[in-house]
Write a new protein. Sequence first.
Length: 387
Amino acid sequence: MKELRVGMVGYGFMGRTHSNAYKRLTDFFPVQHKPVLKAVCARDAEKAKAFAENWGYERIETNWKKLVEADDIDLIDIGSPNNTHKAIALAAAANGKMIVCEKPLAMSVKEAEEMVKAVEKAKVPNMVWFNYRRVPSIALAKQLVDEGRIGKAFHYRATYLQDWTISEDLPQGGPGLWRLDSKVAGSGVTGDLLAHSIDTAMWLNGAITRVVAKTATFIKQRTHVVSGKTESVKIDDACMFLAEFANGSMGTFESTRYARGRKNFNTFELNGADGSVYFDLEEPEYLQYFEYKNPGTGKKIDSHVTGWRKIHTTNSEHPYMNRYWVPGTCIGYEHTFLNALADFVMGIESGNPTQPDFRNALQTQRVCDAVLESARKGSWVKTGVKL
Ligand code: SOE
């Protein structure tokens, strides 16, 4: 067993999901690398210390520059806010470190392009944590598409709804609420939530070529946690867009943080000539499938027995599930990060790198930027996606 010595930047929600994955990797997956939690880095030493003690990191750093230069680190995990991703990734690549980065990859296409260039020049393994690809039901949807069960695609429909920013009293900025501060987050729901929907959509249904979007900022001013002053809110609170895919199908995407009652409502449906799939993250252990025609026999299903099939994706034949429990028992949100890490490590070991890497995540960034540009201009914008 070789060591995979981890240097984590950030101690928030994502720092926790990733740390959990490092700790459990060798318990569940037959990999030849054992993660060692070497150091966690945060500007606030007290917070870093508490995180290190809780998760078992050997030491702390308060300056990421020292972390990326450290000889005892193999992999840099960028789990810090979006406006830090580029500088850390460039320095980590220059120091020959493997890099795994939280989504969205960057603040803009320009930044993402620099990051792709840096990792490709340094030839360092890299991945972006688009964890929803690793939900077994979503990975099964991909398998059904690849098996030809959907046939010619007509429609893709995605929603990603939350409700945690409705209160006018909620401030913006600081360690807990940086997602509301455009200088730190880059955008609102487009980069934070729709980036997930776009990544899944292009994985299942190919390149998005053109978009037209409308965004809204419902609460125009909020107190800033750092300055203590009332400041304008510059992020998109909600975003809807129409999309054209290279395969000729049409897409609709909707995201908001103002859908009262919706906490992390992430759904999609793909309709094709031969079948459809539907997924809802509130019932993650199910994939719904409507079979119209069986690609194996080439025959249409008798219409008196057609209907939506709710597949409980807990059999050992389902993606990732042979690593866990017995059929009928579920896994959780945290396992999507564990599955992603396993794919990354097995990709390094087999020489067949996993996706999405930085280059692939750059394509999602292109769509996000095109969506925001379209919302500003009020017209269709080409994405320039190259898959
Ligand atoms: C925002 O609330 C958030 O935590 C996103 O940043 C994550 O990517 C998403 O998976 C859950 O919601």
